[in-house]
Design a protein around this ligand. Structure first.
Ligand code: ZN
Length: 451
């Protein structure tokens, strides 16, 4: 058996593993490299294997860095099934069409080469096979694949692949604890080989803040000033967490004023609709609310503005109001129009709830810039800037250790991926010292020969 590491090896994006078992070839995740121009070059590189020879593709979850090169794989000849959990199967097409739209826009604007088009996405979507958690797929009589909840985003999974008496577990991305909406990750059962993420391998999250309380304060302050509360948010998970908390505040807290709330992002609206249909996989709190008749993402004052005209019409709605829009890092999307209009308004508030990568407009604002340029216009920042520590969607170092420790049988080998080298090294040391594990950190292109 051979395991090839083609992505997220020594870095956090571009997850792609090829597992050769007997005469079968299985791809686990086929994600985009993200975060720099260099990533675009890596995405465009030809696959280091023949897509027509692959028997199955297994996807851990709906984040683009785990699946958004699949339309390219199909474009280059892959014709087999793409297995994903029920919820991921609904979210993944939203991610792919959004990626195709952005690439098309860039292509028209700058001539950048596209990885694929919406037509390729149409074809790729046909290959998606939804599979419920816990149901075993029999690829052959000997080779089985099973999804288990990873507690990272809705629909996320860690995957167990077995071949007779040998087993692999691919962690995908593992979730944090006590995050709204998603369940806790299912325990690791043990396996011969564990391929595990290490995003926060060198860090612990520390005590959480009471986010709902902070959100309530910011909301009340902004409304009392008669301003606009702008919340830039990622379309998947962060937006739904914010809506879920707003829903709770409006239902439970009599002090929260009723003001118009706009979800101004087509991708986030589509994702939220999938969340609304997928309450059966949510945590106990969310399911109890649904059981009591709460629609979770549909509450008084909320308006979803899908069309451009509806988005523009938000300007005409008198203040105070709340606007949730993408992109989360303020690097494009409809939030830009609202920032242009309201950053200069001392009554308004910009609430940062997402991680802001260096070099983005969001990080400039976060680090105290007095003015920024938006669509060529200099905008003075006069509004209040505040932030709520985001719920990390990832397990920290202690949680990753605990997850491995929980297994009855220690893995023979652990391969740490999906982390910067420092994170992976730090986690490897802990796994060796505290649990006595054999741990390796593969580089992109490495192959492990396993028995
Ligand atoms: Zn993820």
């Amino acid at each position: 058996m051979k395991l090839h590491f083609f992505g997220a090896a020594g870095e956090v994006t571009g997850s792609l593993y090829l597992l050769e078992m007997k005469d079968k070839k299985i791809i686990v995740d086929c994600g985009m490299f993200q975060g720099s121009k260099f990533a675009d070059v890596k995405n465009l590189e030809p696959f280091k294997f023949d897509p027509t020879e692959i028997d199955a593709v297994v996807v851990t979850h709906a984040h683009a860095d785990h699946n958004a090169r699949i339309p390219k794989l199909v474009h280059e000849g892959y014709r087999g099934p793409v297995y994903a959990t029920d919820v991921s199967a609904k979210l993944i097409p939203i991610v792919w069409y959004d990626a195709a739209k952005i690439m098309d826009y860039d292509h028209k604007k700058t001539g950048d080469e596209r990885l694929y088009t919406a037509i390729d996405v149409d074809r790729a979507v046909e290959h998606i096979n939804p599979v419920p958690y816990g149901k075993t797929i029999e690829l052959t009589k000997d080779i089985t694949i099973t999804f288990h909840d990873a507690g990272h985003i809705l629909g996320s999974a860690w995957v167990k692949i077995t071949n007779e008496d040998f087993s692999y577990v691919f962690s995908g991305d593992l979730g944090n604890v006590d995050v709204p909406l998603v369940k806790e990750k299912e325990p690791y059962p043990g396996s011969d080989v564990l391929i595990m993420e290490s995003t926060y391998g060198d860090r612990t999250h520390g005590p959480g803040t009471d986010r709902a309380e902070k959100l309530k304060e910011v909301l009340i302050d902004t409304v009392e000033r008669g301003g606009v509360l702008m919340i830039p948010a990622f379309s998947l998970e962060r937006t739904q967490e914010i809506l879920y908390e707003l829903n709770y505040l409006i239902d439970e807290c009599k002090r929260v004023p009723k003001v118009p709330i706009f979800l101004d992002s087509p991708m986030a609206i589509r994702a939220t609709n999938v969340y609304s249909e997928s309450t059966h996989v949510m945590d106990k709190d969310a399911r109890e609310k649904v059981g009591a008749g709460d629609a979770l993402f549909d509450f008084p004052g909320l308006k979803m503005t899908m069309a451009t005209d509806e988005s523009k019409a938000i300007n005409n709605v008198p203040n105070p109001k709340i606007i949730i829009a993408g992109s989360g890092m303020m690097a494009g999307g409809r939030i830009m129009h609202h920032l242009k209009r309201y950053l200069k308004d001392p009554k308004s508030t910009l609430l940062i709830v997402s991680y802001q990568a260096q070099g983005t407009l969001g990080s400039k604002i976060q680090s105290g810039a007095k003015s920024v340029s938006i669509y060529g216009e200099k905008i003075d920042i006069k509004c209040e800037i505040t932030q709520i520590g985001a719920y990390s969607a990832h397990a920290d170092s202690d949680m990753l250790i605990d997850w491995v420790k929980g297994a009855k049988k220690k893995p023979k080998h652990i391969y740490l991926t999906h982390g910067d080298p420092e994170s992976a090294e730090a986690l490897a040391e802990r796994l060796r010292n505290e649990l006595g594990c054999d741990v390796r950190i593969p580089n992109r292109g490495d192959v492990a020969e396993l028995q």
